[in-house]
Ligand binder design. Sequence first.
Ligand code: ZN
Ligand code: ZN
Ligand code: FE
Length: 754
Amino acid sequence: MIAERAGTRIEIRGTVQGVGFRPWVYRVAHEVGVAGRVHNHARGVTVEAFGGAAALDRLIARLREPPLPARVRELIAEAIPAEPGDEFVIVHSAEGGPRALSIPPDLATCPACEREIRDPADRRFGYAFTNCTACGPRFTIATGVPYDRPATTMAPFVMCPACQREYDDPHDRRFHAQPNACPDCGPKLALWSSRGEPLAGDPIAEAAARLVAGDIVAIKGLGGFHLACDATSDTALATLRARKLRDEKPFAVMVADLAAARELAMLSADEAALLAAPERPIVLVMRRGDAIARGVAPGTGLVGLMLPYTPLHHLLLGAVGRPLVMTSANPSDEPICADNAEAVARLGSIADALLVHDRAIATRCDDSVARVIAGVPTLLRRSRGYVPRPIALARAVTRPVLGVGAQLKNTFCIATGDSAYLGPHVGDLENLSALEFFEHAIVRMEDILQLRPEVIAHDLHPGYMSTQYAQGRPRVHHVAVQHHHAHVASAMAEHGLAGPVIGVAYDGTGWGTDGTAWGGEILFARYDDFERLATFRPVALAGGDLAIREPWRIALALIDDAFGGAAPIAQLPLFATVPARSIAVVRGMVRGAIHAPLARGIGRFFDGIGALALERSTSSYEGQIAVAWNLAAAPDHHGTYPFAIDDAAAIDLRPLVRGVVTDLIAGVAPGVVSARFHDTLIAATIDRVRAAVASHGRVPVVLTGGAFHNPRLAEGVRAGLADLEVYAHGEVPPGDGGIALGQCLVADAKCRHG
Ligand code: ZN
Ligand code: ZN
Ligand code: FE
């Protein structure tokens, strides 16, 4: 007798799209012997299966354990009426429900493909463009929709019969793998001289030999070129720094595997998992030992590590047998270089050779950067591997909105329906090529999503290039969004909070509604509006941005303010390194308010006090002193300096500054001073949040802004508010790279009111 036929509908959520999940479901359905169908939709994947009860149970059990990189977060099965038929089919996305973005992010090489490129008996042995439905390029090769081979930069490559058979076979790992290729039919590597002339020999072996010999090699990756060199060689590092005109800014390092990463850094379980995740971000970790050259990240214990994410990386790392510096090839802060001819023109003076290939990059996409902060894996830069994966919105937007982001560390965001798509990292919008990349990436994302925004949200700052771009777009609603409000809304959106919230937005600088520069702000916020509850007493930046490069200027302004002009600078070694005349000039500027704008960003306190205690008068890149001052804090020391709250509800840190100066003159170690400095900022923050709760009620608290990249600050504030509902960032960057999401939601909320 034939077993009773039953039916089940299985709703699956998690990482289940663009990772070969549906073909895998198809194969499992065949293995366990059920009929039915599988389809994708905006929220995940639905399977409807029909067959014997035992077979359906086996199916459900198997579906809970998909192969990586797929991950099932939630699986709900319910009985449905049985249907006849014995076929199991993949239903294509377009046939049901609202259109979901069909282009997934770029995915790191999967274990099965990695085995093939290392297997001398495999037809893809040593092939640098091996991929399958579970891995390979996606977003960076897509030129349009639907995501199908003709709409990718793989279009010029015609599959050979063997590849075509894989592509057509639902039982094959490469069923509908759009970039499928092999050495016979796919892209090829070439090694070029710095002038673009082909060099003889096997490209990988020859590039590896040059790297081992100390050369700089430009390498075409997924989303752009890297500049690579031997990370263990002081001379190679010195050459790279000299040619790239980058004095001290840290470089990222690629290592062959987790074991190699552990030789260079202490890794927690969370950090190891983040490094090995299929998105493969650069992970900031504490280095150990001296296996990598000092020149990789001078003067800091933090180092950015990443694991190989393309077959080319695996092959190259295997051939060199040592860690490689892999830094984005973007001379003078321009966008990452992506085109072969452009690479010769722009990188020819930096690199000794270029390892290129003939698969074009459709959209530039820099490496993502992440760090485990207060136990939470946090993206500091969200780009390759994550873009264009949507962020699910708890409340759908009424019309498509484009948020254009800020000026520095720019990313944009397009929100439509219940999804928000953050674009790739564009970087600082301070030159024409960055603006061109920004405009191109927006057009590409609009094309991929097949929409034109009806609302454009931009920063209040009239001088930002992003603001000017937004205002230049016709026939849309323009909504200006205050910078810190956008930060807070971004954190709210990430966690699906409806508001109101108490938002702690500790940031560098942002244009305030009163036309002055705001910085460290505590807001009571909803999406459509906010009230400013607290800020910091400002400090003068003598010379504007010059003060950020020469933080002794900030230190001087802080102590003059704290001591009412009678500062004991003769007893502070920092000022012995500065010419007396410069000190007099800066004092004149501050006193006369001449080219000395007031800043309220708490980063400026890190710059100024860090410079004072560490006796470092200059900073060679943004954040250098602030990070050094954070890392200086003695982990086991706790204590605070006094602080005050002034009549305008501003946190007044003059008592802290006096305490720091007294300690330094008394010879207290900088590590102890830094610990007390951090704990004081934490205490002041907790004090103001408590006051906000008392006046505005017990609502959720969000922590946002670049200052929350600082683990001690983030951990301390969270610990002190443990009885409240506190949210920090994870998948959306706390800094300006995450602000566009908040802009979208604020603009949508404001538009609802007409
Ligand atoms: Zn694969
Ligand atoms: Zn082939
Ligand atoms: Fe900001």
